[in-house]
Design a protein around this ligand. Structure first.
Ligand code: COS
Length: 382
């Protein structure tokens, strides 16, 4: 996309977020539901296909362009982005990065249009951070694989049309090498979706268990037709996903700072606006400096990703820093609001809970530290 068109798109999205989505935040949190007309507007704007190349019906943004838009989306409740987030990122990218041409042509146009929802099914009850230990089994019988197992906390599972599923096809290999990625039709007999999880925040975005009982998946649905490559596909998808989530953290931090500043300017104590007190100013200033640092990190790593560099380490640096940063910013925003910050009428109370997830999903902060340190040691030849 050329720079002018991107700038125009960003401005349109900014207006849509601030004028249409922000006023709906409390209702979405209350009802745990995104209105249908909002989903339709997302599709109309092309948001389901942000990252999908134009030849498959998407907008074909590169990562550097994508994060500029995600900064805007982070300004409002993350549940809105979740509607199309799995189509833009973890649900579709396995197909895009490692799929065959036929797989891309079959699925990507429908995902880009929002006619299909893709969900990423990696995590299991006993395989979270240690993703390579997953136990869901896919056994080849003739020209189908028979899948048995359970996946947990799967975002958009209740709405999914397809799952990009990671399952073990070779039980003799305990770790990453025995894992294969599949595209699974969510309507396949034997798939059961659990009740939506009752989460701490991000109401309006739904996660659930997915149970596979003797589910038949055609061998032609192995991503890239390459068994044993599923773990690497998942890791590549997550490298990219971590940059996207980092951009969400930046947007959320900027919103929290906006709320905290507006409150501090208007709220009076000891005869003056609390914004005039230096202890309040220190909290605002630290938040500003840290969110600016995270924005620069994300822009740098995204630009390098778009240029084809391996930014696995930098993506983890971004995810670690940005998600921890927005946690600190949310905490300060509540602090600046005083007692009001603990009351649900104020957006900061909701954001405080919503942003807690950023330190957990797509790899905890501790996993990001591991990935960063491993890369450092590798580079040092250790
Ligand atoms: N891109 C491409 N390949 C990668 C990769 C990446 N970013 N990261 C690892 N790989 C490859 C490795 O090169 C290795 O390949 P070889 O066997 O050919 O050498 C293979 O994958 C296994 O890698 P590794 O040995 O590092 O795997 P580990 O089991 O030690 O796990 C961590 C690595 C812990 C980093 C991984 O399990 C992880 O990211 N866990 C968190 C999972 C997660 O984010 N879950 C969130 C759920 S999704 S919302």
């Amino acid at each position: 996309m050329d720079a002018d068109t991107l700038a125009q798109f960003r401005d349109t999205l900014r207006r849509f977020v601030r004028e249409k989505l922000v006023p709906l935040e409390a209702e979405v949190a209350e009802t745990d539901h995104i209105p249908d007309e909002i989903r339709a507007a997302f599709a109309e704007m092309g948001l389901y296909g942000l990252s999908i190349p134009e030849e498959y019906g998407g907008l074909g943004l590169n990562m550097a362009e994508e994060v500029e838009l995600v900064f805007e989306l982070g300004w409002t409740s993350p549940a809105f982005r979740s509607q199309f987030g799995t189509n833009v990122g973890i649900g579709s990218q396995g197909i895009l990065i490692d799929g065959t041409e036929a797989q891309k042509q079959t699925y990507l146009p429908k995902l880009a249009a929002g006619d299909m929802i893709a969900s990423f099914a990696l995590t299991e009850p006993d395989a979270g951070s240690d993703a390579a230990s997953l136990r869901t089994r896919a056994e080849l019988r003739g020209d189908v694989y028979v899948v048995n197992g359970a996946k947990r906390f799967i975002t958009n599972a209740p709405h999914a049309s397809i799952f990009t599923l990671m399952a073990r096809t070779d039980p003799s290999i305990k770790g990453a090498g025995g894992i294969t990625a599949f595209i699974v039709d969510a309507k396949s007999p034997g798939i059961k979706i659990g009740k939506p999880d009752r989460k701490m925040g991000q109401r309006g975005s739904h996660t659930a268990d997915v149970i596979f009982e003797d589910v038949e998946v055609p061998a032609a649905n192995v991503i890239g037709l390459k068994p044993g490559q599923g773990f690497k596909t998942a890791m590549k998808v997550l490298d990219r996903g971590r940059l996207h989530i980092s951009a969400m953290c930046v947007g959320a931090a900027e919103r929290l700072i906006h709320e905290a500043l507006a409150f501090a300017v208007q709220r009076k104590q000891f005869g003056q606006p609390i914004a005039e007190f230096q202890l309040i100013q220190a909290m605002l200033a630290d938040s500003k400096a840290e969110s600016y640092a995270a924005r620069c990190m994300v822009q740098d790593a995204a630009r390098r990703y778009a240029a084809g560099e391996n930014v696995s380490m930098e993506a983890s640096c971004c995810k670690l820093y940005a998600s921890e940063m927005v946690g600190r910013v949310a905490d300060r925003a509540v602090q600046i609001h005083g007692g009001s910050g603990y009351i649900q009428d104020y957006a900061v109370e909701r954001f405080y809970r919503d942003v807690r997830l950023f330190r957990l999903y797509e790899g905890t902060s501790q996993i990001q530290q591991l990935v960063i340190a491993r890369n450092m040691l590798r580079q040092a030849g250790a």
